[in-house]
Every structure is written in structure tokens, then in C-alpha cells.
Design a protein around this ligand. Structure first.
Ligand SMILES: [Ca+2]
Ligand SMILES: [Ca+2]
Length: 144
């Protein structure tokens, strides 16, 4: 269990007074379950990344089970994996490239999904990709 508290710029380790994410000096191999909660009324702002695990020598693997706190209205919270770390990101639902900001790149990604009929473009969840989804995404993107 990891907790995120006000003033804590990263995901904190579970032990008291050990407010550190896991920072491996070598390679980090990720496995097992990950659970995080917010404490003391902490609410992340859009575009907030919290380091979960960093591996100076690289990162491989992913958590098999992930339980994350509820996102604020209009946002999503998820884990983002890259070559040397795992981060927890709180961002706008319209942020499709998961860089913490909503801009033209996200809109282009959506248009590509939409044009190819990708299920990911089904933003109203009715199982069909059509103009209604484009309007839903457009509204989310515009209020980003
Ligand atoms: Ca983005
Ligand atoms: Ca739809």
C-alpha cells in the first residue's frame, strides 16, 4: 500500500517516516500488486506525476494488479511505464498521450482512433464509434 499526502511529490513508501518511492540503483523488475490511496484530503492537480519505482539501470515488467485512488471529476489516474520508471499520473480524461497536458497532439490521436474505428474512440461507451463519440471527446478536450 502506497499513500500520497499533501506536500509529498511522489508516491510514498508505506513505512512511517519513509516517504520515498522505490529507487533502484540497478535495474528494476516490476511484478505483483500495486495499491495506492490518497490521505489527508490530498487531491492531485491535473498533470501530476508521482514516481512509484525508478530503476537507474532500466525498468522491466509491470504490476499484475493495480488499485488506484478515485480520480477527481473529469480526470483519470493511471500508471505510466517507461524505460526507467513507473509513475502514477493524474490527468485530464482527454490526455491521450499521457504526458499530463491536453493539446493538439491528443486531438490528433483521437482523430486517428476515430478515423480507423478503433474501439478506443468509443467515448460514450455504447459499443459503436460515431459522431456522438467525437462530440464527447471534443467537449472533454475543449474543457481540458
Ligand atoms: Ca497529452
Ligand atoms: Ca460510442
Amino acid at each position: 500500500m502506497y499513500v500520497v499526502k499533501p506536500g509529498c511529490g511522489h508516491v510514498c513508501a508505506p513505512r512511517k517516516h519513509a516517504r520515498r518511492w522505490i529507487a533502484a540503483t540497478g535495474a528494476a523488475t516490476i511484478d505483483g500488486a500495486f495499491t495506492a490511496t490518497f490521505e489527508n484530503g490530498y487531491v492531485p492537480t491535473q498533470g501530476t506525476f508521482h514516481d512509484v519505482v525508478t530503476g537507474a539501470g532500466g525498468r522491466s515488467g509491470e504490476f499484475s494488479t493495480v488499485t488506484l485512488p478515485d480520480a477527481p471529476q473529469g480526470d483519470k489516474i493511471l500508471l505510466v511505464y517507461d524505460g526507467t520508471r513507473v509513475r502514477m499520473l493524474s490527468t485530464d480524461i482527454a490526455d491521450l498521450d499521457l504526458n499530463g497536458i491536453v493539446n493538439t497532439q491528443d486531438f490528433l490521436i483521437y482523430l486517428n482512433w476515430f478515423a480507423s474505428g478503433n474501439d478506443l474512440a468509443d467515448f460514450n461507451g455504447d459499443g459503436v464509434v460515431n459522431t456522438l463519440d467525437l462530440l464527447v471527446y471534443l467537449n472533454l478536450w475543449a474543457d481540458g
